[in-house]
Design a protein around this ligand. Structure first.
Ligand SMILES: Nc1nc2c(c(=O)[nH]1)N[C@H]1C(S)=C(S)[C@@H](COP(=O)(O)OP(=O)(O)OC[C@H]3O[C@@H](n4cnc5c(=O)[nH]c(N)nc54)[C@H](O)[C@@H]3O)O[C@H]1N2
Ligand SMILES: Nc1nc2c(c(=O)[nH]1)N[C@H]1C(S)=C(S)[C@@H](COP(=O)(O)OP(=O)(O)OC[C@H]3O[C@@H](n4cnc5c(=O)[nH]c(N)nc54)[C@H](O)[C@@H]3O)O[C@H]1N2
Ligand code: SF4
Ligand SMILES: [Mo]
Length: 684
C-alpha cells in the first residue's frame, strides 16, 4: 500500500445469494480496490464478512477474469474462442435474435438467477429487454419457490420474524439450515441467545458444523420434515400445549389440521423420520413449554418432493403455541415479503412492454429436457436461443447429462454474460464480459433482514467488461428499440427500484442502507397478509397440508431403492457460494476436492474406508468424490458437498450428474435432496 496516496471508502453491498446481504465498506486507493470489509455500523453485518467475500478482491481481480467479448470458433463446447470487439459481438447477437424473433420470439429464453441479487444488474434492464422482445418467460424456481409459495399460502406473503429478535429467544430450532456455512450472521445472533441461556436444536440429516454447536441434533431422514412437524403437533395437542385463543382468532382451518395431526402419533412420525419417538416427545415438550420459542427455517429442507407441504406444516407450529405473541417467538424463512410494498417492480421491469402478449413459461429446473423438446402445441416453439446471465446452469441445474446435451446442440444460439469461463460459458456462441460488484452501481433488498442497501461502484470496469444493464441497453439499441426507458442510466434504474416513501434513494446513498419501517412483533395479534388476516391451515386450492414422501424413497419407489439404497443430499460447503468462488484458488484449497460423507456402517458394508476415492452413481450418471467417514452422515444418507465446476474436478463431473428434474409439490421447484444413489470404491 502506498502511504502517500489518499484512501477513499465506498458503500457496498454483498451481491451474493445469501440471506445475510452484508453491507460492505470498500477501500480504494489510486483507482484500485485494496480492501473489502463488513460495515461495522450496519446492524446485521456488525463489521464481519464470511471468508468467501473477504476474498472478493481476489475473485474480482482474478487473472482469469473475462475482459473482452469472445466468439466461438471451434465446435460447440470445444472451448475454442477468439476475442472480438463489442460492436461485432453485439451486431451478430442482435441479428441472430431478430431473425429468430421474426418467426417467434418465444423461441428465445433468458436464463438467469441470483449470481448478483442486485435489482439493477439482476432483472433491471434485462427484464425490460425481454418484455419488449416477447421472449419466453423464465420461472425462476431453482432455489426457493417450494418454500416461498408454501409460506405465502400460509401467511399471505414471505414474512417472518426480524432476525435481530432471535437474540431474545429462549429456544431456537435451526431447521434445515447449516447457519455457520450459509447464514453466518444469524448464527452470531443465535450464539448471543445461547450465551443468555437459550437452548438450540438443529434439525438436519447431516451433523453439520452448526449441529456440532447446538444442544440437540435431530438427524432425521431427508424429506421427512412434514412428518416431524405432524408428530410434534400430535404431542402439542395430546399434552394441550396449545394457545386455544390464538388458534381460534387467528388460524383458518384448525379443525382440519387438528384431525390431520391426530393421524400422526409419535411412533408413526418417528418411523418415517428415522428418529426415536422419545426424541420427538422431548422436542415437543421443549417447544410446547418454552417461551419465547423461535424457528429459523431455511431452504435446505424444501429441496424434496414434499418440500412445500413440509414448509406449510412447520410454518403453522408457532400458530399452535401462540409463539407469535412475542417478538422473539415465531418463525423466519424469508424476510423478502417485507420489501414488496417498498419495491416498484413495474417501474423497473416495465411489464407494459409486453403489450398484451403472454409468452409461455420455461421452468429453469427442467432446462435439460426443455432444450431437447421439439415444437408442439403444448410446448410452443423449440428453444433456439438462450441468453444466460447471473447463473451457471451447466453446473447447478439438475440431471447434468441432459443439461449438457441440451447446451451442446449445434443449432442452439447461446450467449453467456459472465465474469469467468464457467462450465456454461464453455458452451456459448458468444461470451460477454460482465462487471463485478466493485465496478457497478446497484441497490439490494435482503431475504434474511429488513434493510435496503446500495452498492456504489468502487473502481472502473476492468478491461472491456460492462455491467449487465449496459449490455442489455446496448443490445436494445442494436435491436432498434426506441422507447426512452432503454436509455435509462443505472442511476435512473436504481432510483426507480424503490418507492421513495419507503426507501429514499438519496438517504440510501448517504447512509449506505435504509431500514424498512416494520411492526415489532408482526403477528402478535394475527394480522397475517392473507385476505382474512388469518394464517391458513386450510389454504385455497391446497387444502390441509400432509406429509408427502420423496419421489425417490423406499416407500414411493421400492424397486429403485433396492438398487440405490442410499439417500443423497448435496448441501453447500462453507467456502463456495453455489458454484461461485470454486475457481478462487485460496478457497478451493480449503475445500480440497468433492467430498462424500458416509456413515461408518454404510462405508464398511461397501469396503470403503475414510479417505478413499469413491464413485457415486445411479441410472442418471456418476461422479467421483473423496469419501469422508467423519461422523457427519447418518445411516442410509450420504452428503455430497458443493457445486463444483465440472472442469475443476478429477472426472469432469459434479453432483448434479445424479440429481433429477422432477418438481416439488408446491412451487414447481427442484428436488435436489430427493435422490437415491449407490456408492462403490472408485478403483475396483
Ligand atoms: N457458504 C455458502 N452459503 C450459502 C450458499 C452456499 O452455497 N454456500 N448458498 C446460498 C443459497 S443459494 C441458499 S438458497 C441458502 C441456503 O441456505 P439454507 O437453506 O440454510 O441451506 P444450507 O445451508 O444449504 O443448509 C441446508 C441444510 O439442510 C440440510 N438438509 C438437507 N436435506 C434436508 C431435509 O430433508 N430436512 C432437513 N431438516 N434438513 C435438510 C443440509 O444437510 C444442510 O445442512 O444459502 C446461501 N448461503
Ligand atoms: N445439487 C445441488 N444443486 C443445486 C443446489 C444444491 O444445493 N444442490 N443449490 C441450488 C440453489 S439453492 C441455487 S440458488 C442454484 C444457484 O445457481 P446459480 O444462480 O447459477 O448460482 P452460481 O452457481 O453461484 O452462479 C452464478 C453465476 O453468476 C455469475 N455472476 C455473478 N455476478 C454477475 C454479474 O453481475 N453479471 C453476470 N453476467 N454474471 C454474474 C457468477 O460468476 C456465477 O458464475 O443452484 C442450485 N443447484
Ligand atoms: S456471502 Fe453472505 S455472509 Fe458472506 S459477505 Fe455475502 S452476505 Fe455476508
Ligand atoms: Mo439458493
Amino acid at each position: 500500500m502506498n502511504a502517500a496516496l489518499p484512501l477513499r471508502t465506498v458503500h457496498g453491498a454483498c451481491p451474493h445469494d445469501c440471506p445475510d446481504t452484508c453491507a460492505l465498506q470498500v477501500t480504494v486507493q489510486d483507482g484500485r480496490a485494496i480492501r473489502v470489509q463488513g460495515h461495522a455500523e450496519h446492524p446485521p453485518t456488525h463489521g464481519a464478512l464470511c471468508t468467501k467475500v473477504s476474498r472478493y478482491i481476489e475473485r474480482s481481480c482474478h487473472a482469469e477474469r473475462l475482459l473482452q467479448p469472445l466468439k466461438r470458433v471451434g465446435p460447440k463446447g470445444s472451448g475454442r474462442f477468439e476475442p472480438v470487439g463489442w460492436d461485432e459481438a453485439l451486431g451478430a447477437i442482435a441479428a441472430r435474435l431478430q431473425a429468430i424473433a421474426a418467426r417467434d420470439p418465444q423461441a428465445i429464453v433468458p436464463y438467469s438467477y441470483a449470481g448478483t441479487m442486485g435489482l439493477v444488474q439482476g432483472e433491471g434492464m434485462a427484464a425490460r429487454f425481454f418484455n419488449k422482445l416477447g421472449a419466453s418467460r423464465l420461472e425462476r424456481t431453482i432455489c426457493a419457490t417450494a418454500g416461498g409459495e408454501a409460506l405465502a399460502a400460509t401467511y399471505g406473503a414471505k414474512l417472518g420474524m426480524h432476525v435481530e429478535h432471535f437474540a431474545e429467544s429462549r429456544l431456537i430450532l435451526i431447521w434445515g439450515s447449516n447457519s455457520i456455512a450459509s447464514n453466518l450472521h444469524f448464527w452470531t445472533t443465535a450464539q448471543a441467545a445461547k450465551r443468555a441461556g437459550a437452548r438450540l436444536v438443529c434439525i438436519d440429516p447431516r451433523r453439520s458444523e452448526t449441529a456440532d454447536k447446538c444442544h440437540e441434533h435431530l438427524a432425521l431422514l431427508p424429506g421427512s420434515d412434514g412428518a416431524l412437524a405432524l408428530g410434534l403437533m400430535h404431542e402439542l395437542i395430546h399434552n394441550d400445549w396449545l394457545d386455544h385463543d390464538y388458534l381460534e382468532r387467528h388460524v383458518h382451518g384448525w379443525p382440519g389440521l387438528r384431525e390431520r395431526a391426530l393421524q400422526w402419533p409419535t411412533e408413526r412420525a418417528a418411523a418415517v423420520c428415522g428418529l426415536q419417538p422419545e426424541q420427538i416427545r422431548a422436542l415437543a415438550r421443549d417447544y410446547g413449554t418454552t417461551r419465547p420459542a423461535a424457528i429459523r427455517l431455511n431452504y435446505g429442507m424444501q429441496r424434496v418432493h414434499g418440500g412445500g407441504n413440509a414448509v406449510r406444516l412447520i410454518a403453522l407450529l408457532p400458530c399452535l403455541t401462540g409463539a407469535w405473541r412475542h417478538r422473539a417467538g415465531g418463525l423466519l424463512l424469508s424476510s423478502s415479503g417485507w420489501f414488496v410494498p417498498a419495491r416498484d417492480d413495474a417501474a423497473l421491469h416495465r411489464p407494459d412492454l409486453l403489450a398484451a402478449r403472454q409468452p409461455r413459461h420455461i421452468n429453469m429446473v427442467t432446462i435439460g429436457d426443455d432444450l431437447q423438446r421439439e415444437a408442439s402445441a403444448a410446448f410452443g416453439p423449440k428453444i433456439e436461443a438462450l441468453l444466460v446471465y447471473n447463473s451457471n446452469p451447466v453446473a447447478v441445474a439438475p440431471h447434468g447429462a441432459r443439461v449438457r446435451q441440451g447446451f451442446a446442440r449445434e443449432d442452439l444460439f447461446t450467449v453467456v454474460l459472465e465474469h469467468f469461463m464457467t462450465d456454461t460459458a464453455d458452451m456459448a456462441d458468444f461470451v460477454l464480459p460482465a462487471t463485478t460488484q466493485l465496478e457497478h452501481l446497484d441497490v439490494h433488498t435482503s431475504y434474511g433482514h429488513t434493510y435496503a442497501l446500495i452498492n456504489e461502484p468502487a473502481i472502473a470496469p476492468l478491461g472491456q467488461a460492462r455491467p449487465n444493464s449496459q449490455i442489455f441497453r446496448d443490445l436494445a439499441a442494436r435491436m432498434g428499440y426506441t422507447e426512452p426507458c432503454f436509455a435509462d442510466s443505472d442511476e435512473t434504474l436504481a432510483r426507480a427500484a424503490f418507492k421513495p416513501e419507503y426507501v429514499d434513494f438519496d438517504q440510501l446513498r448517504a447512509h449506505g442502507w435504509v431500514k424498512l419501517p416494520l411492526p415489532d412483533a408482526p403477528f402478535a395479534h394475527g394480522g397475517f397478509a392473507t385476505p382474512s388476516g388469518k394464517a391458513m391451515a386450510d389454504a385455497p386450492g391446497l387444502g390441509v397440508p400432509d406429509h408427502v414422501p420423496n419421489h425417490e424413497s423406499v416407500a414411493s419407489a421400492p424397486a429403485l431403492a433396492a438398487r440405490y439404497p442410499l439417500a443423497m443430499i448435496s448441501p453447500p460447503p462453507r467456502n463456495f457460494l453455489n458454484s461461485t468462488f470454486v475457481n478462487v484458488d485460496s478457497l478451493r484449497a480449503i475445500e480440497g476436492e468433492p467430498v462424500l460423507e458416509m456413515h461408518a456402517g454404510d462405508a464398511a458394508a461397501r469396503g470403503i474406508a475414510d479417505g478413499m476415492a469413491v464413485r457415486v452413481f445411479n441410472d442418471r450418471g456418476s461422479c467421483r468424490c473423496r469419501c469422508r467417514v467423519n461422523g457427519r452422515a447418518r445411516a442410509g444418507v450420504v452428503n455430497a458437498l458443493g457445486l463444483w465446476w465440472r472442469k475443476l474436478t478429477a472426472d469432469g463431473r459434479n453432483v448434479n450428474e445424479l440429481t433429477h428434474q422432477r418438481l416439488t409439490d408446491i412451487g414447481r421447484a427442484p428436488a435436489f435432496y430427493d435422490c437415491l444413489v449407490e456408492v462403490e470404491p472408485a478403483e475396483r
